[in-house]
Design a protein around this ligand. Structure first.
Ligand code: NAD
Ligand code: MG
Length: 394
């Protein structure tokens, strides 16, 4: 059977999702042509991506990294890759006419404008960057509708729900599963002194550092509740969270007749990535097949909100509405970075976010400009909080 080759742009190609995406498309060269990729600073990694895939365009946000890459490509005798730099290069490559699909895999708020550019250019968008829906869910989904864009979730939970939700008739609730991260059973009194290395050692998934810390605080699940709210048009009280430490059931959908549909698989992001890339077809992903007999028992428990206050803060921001999720997101990004930089302790992450939600007036933020201003104001507040209240970690 002949398939039509699709042009792909990967925003955030040097990250964990970028790496898994390249692995999947490398298995199916007849289906995908890598047109453009972006990175931030890691030029050495970008050089090897260029050597293997020969994209037509590379955007490096960091000017020095772009210059180093340019030199290295010339030295390697590669002259057919155009190197761009600066943040505006991201919006440019996301909207190139030769691009059909955009994998949005930049981490954090930096992903919002390029992902929105892909939507506005009518590209099919494979969405890993959950932060852009948390910040600007209403206007993002309006743009998706306006430009009749196919939006395919990459987050494993949302991809699972998408697969279990062929139509909305009789839909009762969505149940997002969560592993509980590395500190699910850590004694509560030791949480104050955990290190970034411990927080980044996720039991089931290998991911970037920011989402790894988010998984340890369970803010990741909070962001995912907000993501599900926008992606699937839910109410706040019809998105539930269930701890499932084995990460085999990736999420569930419950219907009025009592049916619960779940999607399962080995925890490996190449499954949702391959699902979205080939949609509505199915292709191999390189993931090992699930052997339930060998896996042992699957267990489930309710989340402990004392242990994971970030989850409650995310529900609170979602109920508050307007700009509150943007404040939550920006405060969390600053808090996680400060924790990774050892400028403050693990338990200060929810403390900072709670303080920002109380201090920043977020009502009425609706336009893109207002949301970006709120994001900047929150970052400034949060950085001040870290300077005045952060207790450095050894
Ligand atoms: P990562 O840190 O491994 O990679 C991030 C990518 O973004 C890199 O390519 C980096 O160069 C780029 N980047 C960082 N800062 C940037 C900036 N200021 N401007 C432009 N580009 C920048 O992150 P990841 O784990 O691959 O996660 C990417 C996104 O996917 C996040 O939104 C995360 O929540 C989501 N996600 C990741 C996983 C996972 O398993 N890793 C699962 C579900 C969802
Ligand atoms: Mg997820």
């Amino acid at each position: 059977m002949t398939v039509q080759q699709r042009g792909l742009c990967i925003l955030g190609a040097t990250g964990s999702i970028g790496h898994s995406t390249l692995d999947v498309i490398g298995r199916h060269p007849e289906r995908y042509r890598l047109v453009a990729v972006s990175g931030n600073r890691r030029d050495a990694e970008m050089l090897s991506i260029c050597q293997r895939f020969r994209p037509a365009y590379v955007a490096m946000v960091d000017l020095c990294a772009a210059e180093r890459l340019q030199g290295a490509l010339a030295q390697a005798g590669i002259h057919d890759v155009e190197v761009l730099s600066g943040p505006e290069a991201l919006t440019r490559i996301a909207a190139l006419p030769e691009v059909d699909d955009v994998m949005a895999a930049i981490v954090g708020a930096a992903g919002l404008l390029p992902t929105l550019a892909a939507v506005r250019a009518g590209k099919r968008v494979l969405l890993a960057n959950k932060e852009c829906l948390v910040m600007a869910g209403s206007l993002f989904m309006d743009a998706v509708r306006e430009h009749q864009v196919t939006l395919l979730p990459i987050d494993s939970e949302h991809n699972a729900i998408f697969q279990c939700l062929p139509n909305r008739s009789g839909l009762r609730r969505i149940i997002l599963t969560a592993s509980g991260g590395p500190f699910r059973a850590t004694p509560l009194e030791t949480l104050a002194s955990v290190t970034p290395e411990q927080a980044c050692a996720h039991p089931n998934w290998s991911m970037g550092r920011k989402i790894s810390v988010d998984s340890a605080t369970m803010m990741n699940k909070g962001l995912e509740v907000i993501e599900a709210f926008w992606l699937f048009g839910m109410c706040t009280d019809t998105v539930d969270v269930l701890i499932h430490p084995q990460s085999i059931v990736h999420s569930m959908v419950e219907y009025q007749d009592g049916s619960v549909l779940a999607q399962m698989g080995t925890p490996d992001m190449r499954t949702p990535i391959a699902h979205a890339l080939a949609y509505p077809e199915r292709v191999s992903s390189g993931v090992s097949f699930l052997d339930l007999a060998a896996r042992g028992p699957l267990t489930f428990e309710a989340p402990d909100l004392n242990r994971f206050p970030c989850l409650s803060l995310a529900y609170q921001a979602l109920r508050q509405g307007c700009g509150a999720p943007a404040v939550l997101n920006a405060a969390n990004e600053v808090a996680v970075q400060a924790f990774l930089d050892r400028k403050m302790g693990f338990l200060q992450i929810p403390a900072l976010i709670e303080a920002a939600l109380a201090a920043i007036a977020s009502a009425g933020a609706e336009t893109l400009e207002q949301i970006l201003a709120l994001d900047a104001e929150t970052r400034q507040y949060a950085e001040g909080w870290v300077r005045s209240q952060g207790v450095p970690v050894a």
